[in-house]
Structure formats: structure tokens, C-alpha cells
Design a protein around this ligand. Sequence first.
Ligand code: PLP
Length: 384
Amino acid sequence: MGKTEQHTIKSFDPQPRILMGAGPSSVHERVRHAMSRPTIGHLDPQFEVMVEEMKQQLRLLFGTKNEATFPLSAPGSAGMEMCFVSLIQPGDKVIVCRNGVFGRRMEDMAERCGATVVRVDDDWGATVTPEKVEAALRDNPETRVLAVVHAETSTGVRSDMEAICGIAADYECLTIVDAVTSLAGIPVCMDDWGVDAIFAAAQKCLSGPAGLAPVSFNERAVAAMRSRPNKVQSWFLDLDMMLGYWGADGGRTYHHTPPINNLYGLHEALVMINEEGVENVWRRHEQNSQLLDQGLDLLGLEPLVKGAARLPQITTIKVPGEVDATAVRSFLLHERNIEISAGLGDLAGKVWRVGIMGNSSNADYIQALLSALKLALATDRQVA
Ligand SMILES: *Cc1c(COP(=O)(O)O)cnc(C)c1O
């Protein structure tokens, strides 16, 4: 006779952290409070009003008038995947720009869709070079889709979407842009840049709850998806079916059950951005990035990326040669409750990544981080 194992489960009440990594960013009390409001049905007319407001504010942030703009019930990576599976058919040629982790992820997705992938490579820490994109399109004029990351979170680099999408337009090539870290941190101008499909995530500069991916598709992208000869291979990420759910025509039909209370949270985060004003939000990110820079300089630390390519919302800091990168991160977390992120891929062990995104972009957090870093470095140097 088997004995039932004694099992204990109790309420989870984590030690709060100062979130300064690559995401999630700090979620404001107002947003957490919004998530605790009563759950209602997702086809309730009240819910619809909230969703329409959310879609409107997302259009403003994406810089678009696209009807097909909505918060996908899934993380940013699923937003990415929705763009790929909807626009790519097996055998299509796809150009993927790779200058960090997320370019590589897009390449993997394109391959899984059966695309023939053409790679445009730039160094980790460098921007995507428009001339290389132009050359790749010249060599492959039949390319159907070009995919590029606006703000590469793995390196802290911003690439020029206006230039790159402009080149794609010359070749009548569809564009997919990863705006996960850029949205609400720096300007995104989907319509002006001629972006066809774009995706973001709630937990970066929007400071909403993780697990929601704002996406937007223009009419060209929707038409391209609708004219496919074969079905999209993913049931859940089929844009056509999804539009039947998120549509504004009053004919919303059940497709899946979205994370209702998380949507209240994202809605409140969008209300807060609207109250502050989106230009002010961008300016705050810029100013706090300068504040961080000055402090790092005093500590003798150097950012990996300099000049116009530098993202204000995510800073990659070079780990000095004699310093143990992991020990410093561990000190920050355990002694100061501050989370920062490690380097990824080509930059593993070589950088720390500090996110000052959304609600985490504030002077108090930056001061706390700088004084903790100072202590961590002094301790680390003593041990070494
Ligand atoms: C975080 C991130 C993603 C993935 O988002 P998840 O919500 O973690 O799936 C994609 N692209 C970039 C640039 C990111 O920073």
C-alpha cells in the first residue's frame, strides 16, 4: 500500500525586488491593484469597452492607425511567432538581421516555418547595417519578408528602422519588426517607417504584467495572410481567426479565454503612460539613462554601446577584467534585492545588462543600484 506523501503548499509571498534587469520591469502599485479587481467575463460588454481603449492607446504607442492592433494573450515570443507563422509560407525567402539573441530567435522561427533564410549579420553590440540589408535584397529580390529587431535587449543597441524598412519597401518585401524593448521606451513609428507587422511585450517599457504581447498588422500584412493558399500551421496564432476575436465590429466571438485580470493590469499601465504623456515617458528614459551613465563613469565602468545606437532603456556594462560577473549579480540580488541581468550568447560573462524600463526608470532605483555596485565591486576586488 502506498502512503500519500505529506504535501505542503502555502500562500506565496515573495520578497520584493528592485527590478533592473532585461524584464520584467517594476509593476506599479496601481497596476497590481487593477489586477485585483473582480474578474468578469471576457465577452461582457464592460470588458469590450476596456479592450477598445487599450487598442486605441496601443495604436498611439506603435505610431499606427492599423485596425488590427491588439494585446495577444501570450508573451512577446508568441507575438513574434504570430508574425512569422501568419506571413511566411514554406519555401518563402526570408531575410533575418542578426545582431543579438533576438535576431537568432527570429531566424529559428523562420526556419521552423519552412522559409529559406538569408542572414544579415552584424556584431553583437553593433547596429544592423542598412547597406548590408540593401545588398541582401539586391542578391535576393524575390524575398518575401524581412525581419529585424528595433531594440536588441541582449546588447543594448538600437537599429535604424526607418532606413531598413525603407529599403525593404523598394523591394516590395514585407517587414516584421521586434519592438518588444523599444515600445514606450523610445519612439516607434510603425506607419511612417512602413512596418507591416510589429510585436511587443507588456513587461518591458510598458511595465505591465508579463504574458501579454501587443501586436499590430497593417492592411498589406492582413491581405498577405488572407491570400495564403494553405492554412497557418498554428491554430492559436492564426491571425485571421484571432481578428475575429479582437475585432471591434461588435461581432466578437469566442476564440480563447484571455488572461482577464492581466488585461486590467496592462490597461492601467497604458492609462498611466497616457497620464504622463508618451513624449514625457520617452524623455524620462533618456534622462535617467544619462543619470546612470554619469554614475557608471564615476565607478570606472564603461557601457558597451556608445552614441546614437545606445538604447536608454537597457545598458550593457562591460565587466572589468578582474571582476567575477556572477558574484556581483548575486551580491546585488541577495544583499540589496536588486535584480540585473547577465550577458547572453556572445556576451555571456562579458557584460551586465541593466534595464531602466518603464516604471523602473527612476532616479531612486539608479541611486540604489550605483551604491550597491560600488560596494559589490569593492567587496569583489578585496576577495580577488
Ligand atoms: C524580451 C524580448 C523578447 C521576448 O519576449 P518574452 O515576453 O520574453 O517572450 C523578444 N524580443 C526582444 C527584443 C526582447 O527583449
